[in-house]
Design a protein around this ligand. Structure first.
Ligand code: M6R
Length: 611
């Protein structure tokens, strides 16, 4: 996620903006900029890379004023360049934006038709031109022009807008992306994140979706974007320390990122399908129906959690597209002489885009003629740069070393890609496309509800935090989730854990079962329900403690296991998404109870750029 800071008041603000952006650096970014209204003139300074570059740009060409906005950009549309850095301007209007504008292509076409000239590849720039266009054409105030403009935007946004011709007002609006308002004395602030303004004020309003903020030095008015009716601000006194503020009030980044998943998944799906046309649109993946029909091999290569995502993807590609899929650990694949030719398709999955093994395997396959596509969370990182096409997840920067939102957005992206391939190959009829999309679209809201149930974990953790070893069992597309549950637990709690396909129990791991080795059994009501329940009974018969992760309403699970967590009754193709939450939260609470360093576990790095 990008970072926003805005200021209006009686003091020169460039330092407030830059120091606010510094407080947002922990979120990750690849360019930054400010726009300041100085003596009725709009001045922008922008730079690629770290804030030090922006500071240099400001030092080289000083600017300051009583009204301004600043931004750190995490690239989603367009490379991290100066031209793509925010603020974006149209005439004397400048805008900073977090989120994704789904209909920017149509809006851009319309605005170009009206004579607007675009200087960047971003979706954000359309907002600046749209506000300017509406303001001029309809002779409106900035506030009314912003209100009219945001009503035409589809997608997610938090924006802050300034206009040099109205230097007494700062305008903000939000929809599905956070924006907070901070109150000072003869000065007020807007920011994407409390931490950016905590040094100046602790009186904060967390703006609701659909609210427009008209902010002046001495007053603030909130109105509903649609109706124009005034909304009463609910001011909260924030007592967080700066470190708590960075984590949005959560104890760890990992927990914050677990809670960000509904939004991250919605952002990853946004603008990539049409229910009316029964289609998934992925122009970034240049694979044709003809190419898919003639594929010799389809390999998915990845490491760690991304490999687990790939294993779930195998079920999607085989079920929805009928595509035989080989999911490979990149560290092994790179040293094998697997059959590869010009008809081979390789999908590399990596949240960071820099994992050395995945990159080396990709290069080797590419050199041997394969077409390379990738799923990645970091725009312009090495893996996308060396791929023929990349489907970006829109998880925003992930700071916790243990991957959570990057994983579930990979699952959503893989599902979209499999629907697309299924459609291209004629394996998925329009009704099937709609069925899969609707299942995916319900996930964010269901995750929100599941995240409310955190107290369910307390008794499990109290009983099990001292165990030395655990097993995770799953079957079908939940086998990879058993692997992921075990990986999460060992990464952050240092408890030894193994994930197994439930059917493999009797081929070895059952020998480990006794009263000191708990087993987590992923046993929702799916096609494998009865078989997995038998596996569960086998564990109980050997005195093994059991946590059953069952479907809501499965009363028998209470009797047969020692503990129960539940997931909602959802179509099987989205069960791995819903099952991710109990896997992540179990590991998180276990580690937190033990007091380990959840966000920076020992011996691990966020981006593994060495072999
Ligand atoms: O950046 P990548 O997705 O390529 O990283 C792959 C693994 O290093 C990564 O998933 C690792 O296993 C995480 N720590 C898992 O939480």
């Amino acid at each position: 996620m990008c970072g926003i800071v805005g200021y209006i008041g009686s003091n020169p603000c460039v330092d407030v903006l830059v120091s606010g952006l510094e407080k947002l650096e922990y979120r990750g970014y690849d360019s930054a900029g400010v726009a300041i209204v100085r003596d009725g003139v709009l001045e922008t300074r922008r730079a690629k890379g770290k804030l030090i570059n922006l500071k240099r740009a400001i030092k080289a060409e000083p600017t300051d004023g009583l009204l301004g906005i600043g931004h750190t950009r995490w690239a989603t549309h367009g490379a991290p360049t100066v031209d793509n850095a925010h603020p974006h301007r149209s005439g004397e209007i400048a805008v900073v934006h977090n989120g994704i504008i789904e209909n920017y292509v149509e809006l851009k076409r319309e605005l170009v038709g009206h004579g607007h000239v675009f200087a960047s590849e971003t979706d954000t720039e359309v907002i600046a031109h749209l506000v300017n266009h509406i303001k001029t054409a309809r002779k409106l105030s900035l506030v009314d022009a912003v209100r009219a403009a945001v009503r035409r935007l589809h997608g997610a946004y938090s924006i802050v807008v300034v206009d040099a011709s109205e230097p007494d007002v700062l305008v903000g609006a939000r929809l599905a992306s956070p924006l907070v308002l901070g109150f000072g004395t003869d000065e007020n602030y807007l920011a994407s994140d409390v931490s950016a303004i905590l040094n100046h004020t602790r009186d904060i309003v967390f703006l609701d979706d659909g609210v427009l903020a008209t902010v002046r030095a001495g007053s603030v008015t909130l109105t509903d974007i649609e109706t124009g009716k005034e909304v009463e601000p609910v001011i909260k006194r924030i007592t967080w320390t700066p470190s708590m503020a960075e984590k949005g009030g959560y104890k760890h980044f990992m927990l914050k990122e677990i809670h960000e998943q509904p939004r991250a998944i919605a952002d990853t799906l946004r603008g990539r399908f049409s229910l009316e046309r029964c289609e998934v649109d992925l122009p970034e993946i240049p694979v044709t129906a003809e190419q898919l029909q003639n594929i010799s091999q389809f390999y998915v290569i990845a490491c760690g959690t991304s490999w687990h995502a790939g294993l779930v993807g195998k079920y999607h590609f085989e079920d929805l597209a009928g595509l035989a899929t080989h999911v490979e650990l990149a560290s092994e694949f790179r040293y094998r002489r697997a059959p590869i030719d010009e008809r081979t398709l390789v999908l590399a999955i990596s949240q960071s885009g820099e994992t050395a093994d995945t990159l080396a395997a990709l290069r080797d396959a590419k050199a041997r003629g394969a077409t390379i596509i990738s799923i990645c969370n970091v725009i312009e990182s090495s893996i996308p740069r060396e791929s023929h096409g990349t489907l970006y997840t829109h998880a925003g920067p992930e700071i916790g070393v243990a991957s959570t939102k990057a994983f579930t957005t990979q699952l959503a992206a893989l599902h979209l890609l499999a629907i697309r391939f299924g459609h291209l190959l004629g394996r998925l009829a329009p009704e099937g496309v709609v069925r899969e999309l609707e299942a995916l679209l319900h996930v964010p809201a269901m995750m929100e509800a599941e995240l409310e149930r955190e107290h369910d974990y307390a008794s499990i953790i109290r009983s099990w935090h001292q165990v030395h070893s655990m097993l995770f069992l799953g079957r079908g597309n939940l086998y990879p989730l058993a692997l992921e549950g075990a990986l999460k637990l060992k990464e952050i709690s240092y408890i030894h854990a193994e994930g197994y396909a439930a059917g493999e129990m009797k081929h070895g791991p059952i020998a480990l079962i006794d009263e000191d080795v708990p087993t987590v059994v992923l046993n929702p009501m799916d096609a494998h329900f009865a078989k997995v329940r038998s596996n569960l009974a086998e564990v109980k018969a050997r005195s093994g403690p059991v946590l059953t992760v069952a479907t809501d309403g499965d009363a028998e699970a209470d009797e047969i296991g020692d503990f129960k967590l539940t997931v909602p009754d959802v179509p099987e193709t989205v069960l791995p998404l819903m099952m991710s939450l109990p896997m992540q939260l179990l590991a998180y609470y276990m580690a937190d109870f033990k007091g380990t360093d959840v966000d920076q576990p020992r011996n691990l790095a966020k981006s593994v750029t060495v072999e």
